[in-house]
Design a protein. Structure first.
Length: 429
């Protein structure tokens, strides 16, 4: 079963065409502005809508059904891009085809969140960090191999060949999804709905879980936008689109190595380190994005992108595994898709703010805005950590029945005391 899951993870991200999607659509007849400002936003909105549907469907209909639907959508989306002929932006039918492609691809992308949640159902909780890191590394390895392959093939084959390979890869994903076993379904009753609502309420109400959900939402929305617009930033800095495949390949290779690092650290030590990294990495990545947008030196933009991507990939499995361990429930899909929907809402608002309908920023200024967002997120998370520390100190001073707490906020004792104090305060109120 794990071999099947890892094969699914690999081929899900094996897309040699990915670094050349913008170039391909421009060659087909769309302008770069139409691609970024008109076509791509449909994926964001569709992703958000499908997440709301799949989050509930995974719990009440089944994870396997949602994964099958998503795999079929990914295959259909890849196939639509192989439609013959030269696209015309003036023809509503061609633009409508692109909108349909983005909506279908949004369904496929939303199903990947369900798949990530499914992994926690098939492994023991103690192995959550290892499975999250290994799965993420395999996905990044697939991106490395496929990007490098695309960089080589684009020199001798037309771009259509790369999209054909990506379509075949999605067919393998659909085939693998057919063999996944189904998980237990939630009760389709009022009691089942109340139980699901309780899980969400308790997760948001507990700082020990909520801080990681908040971190994931605030940083992932920026990361998705950064990956969407990075090709334009490379071009603005004087980069050659010919190298995009190799740049992506190196970035994903380094990111895959970084994603494995947390699995090599003992859990207790990783818990302590992660609490401080929560704020520090967010701030450092914010500084990297500001520098990327402010400089016009091509080599520096590439280097900063590599560093930013590695730090994000290192923290991604830490955040998801920590939430899964602390959740105290098996309703992973409901929680992760809800948080992903919140992430997409933030992404949509941020995309709207920097786009032509609002601030209309240049590509460099957009990355500066993304960096400032992360710096503000670091301040917010840091303030939350300090507030949690203050609550713990107050509780310890008032009630000596608590055991001595570690100075480090990352210990489980501090988290438990914070949760107890929050509950006590609610009762008093």
């Amino acid at each position: 079963l794990m071999a099947l899951a890892f094969a699914y993870s690999f081929f899900l991200y094996f897309k040699p065409s990915e670094p050349y999607l913008t170039t391909y659509l421009v060659q087909k007849g769309f302008s770069e502005e139409q691609v970024y400002q008109t076509i791509f936003p449909w994926w964001t909105y569709a992703f958000f809508a499908w997440l709301l549907v799949l989050g509930a469907a995974a719990e009440f209909v089944g994870y396997r059904v949602c994964m099958l639907a998503g795999a079929g959508a990914l295959l259909a989306s890849a196939g639509l891009l192989l439609a013959p002929g030269e696209y015309s932006a003036e023809e509503p039918a061609w633009m409508g085809l692109m909108f349909a492609d983005q909506v279908i691809d949004g369904l496929g992308s939303a199903s990947t969140i369900v798949y990530s949640s499914y992994l926690y159902h098939i492994v023991p909780a103690a192995q959550a960090q290892k499975i999250a890191s290994c799965s993420r590394s395999l996905q990044l390895l697939a991106s490395v191999v496929s990007s490098a392959l695309g960089g080589l093939l684009v020199q001798v084959w037309p771009l259509e060949a790369l999209f054909a390979i990506s379509t075949a890869s999605m067919a393998v994903v659909l085939g693998a999804a057919l063999y996944f076993p189904e998980t237990a379904r939630a009760e389709r009753s009022r009691a089942g709905l109340l139980a699901s609502w309780t899980v969400l309420r308790e997760a948001v109400g507990s700082w020990r879980v909520a801080k990681w959900l908040l971190y994931s939402a605030l940083t992932t929305c920026v990361h998705m936008l950064a990956l969407t617009y990075i090709q334009s930033l490379f071009q603005a800095a004087g980069g050659d689109a010919f190298w995009n495949g190799f740049v992506y390949s190196l970035a994903y290779l380094l990111g895959g190595i970084a994603a494995l690092l947390p699995a090599a650290v003992p859990r207790r030590l990783m818990d302590r380190m992660a609490e401080g990294m929560l704020v520090a990495v967010t701030a450092v990545n914010g500084a990297f994005l500001v520098a990327m947008g402010a400089t016009e030196q091509t080599a520096l933009v590439y280097g900063l992108f590599f560093a930013y991507h590695c730090l994000f990939e290192m923290m991604a499995p830490v955040a998801s595994a920590t939430v899964a361990r602390r959740l105290g429930s098996t309703k992973y899909a409901l929680l992760f898709t809800s948080n992903a929907a919140f992430t997409l809402l933030l992404q949509s608002l941020l995309q709207l703010a920097v786009g032509k309908r609002a601030l209309n920023l240049s590509i460099g200024d957009e990355f500066v805005a993304f960096g400032l967002w992360l710096l503000a997120a670091a301040v917010l998370l840091g303030a939350g950590q300090l507030a949690a520390a203050a609550l713990c100190l107050r509780r310890r001073a008032r009630d000596r029945s608590f055991p001595a707490l570690a100075d480090d906020l990352s210990s489980d004792a501090v988290d438990d005391a914070t949760q107890a104090l929050a509950a006590d305060s609610s009762l008093q109120a």
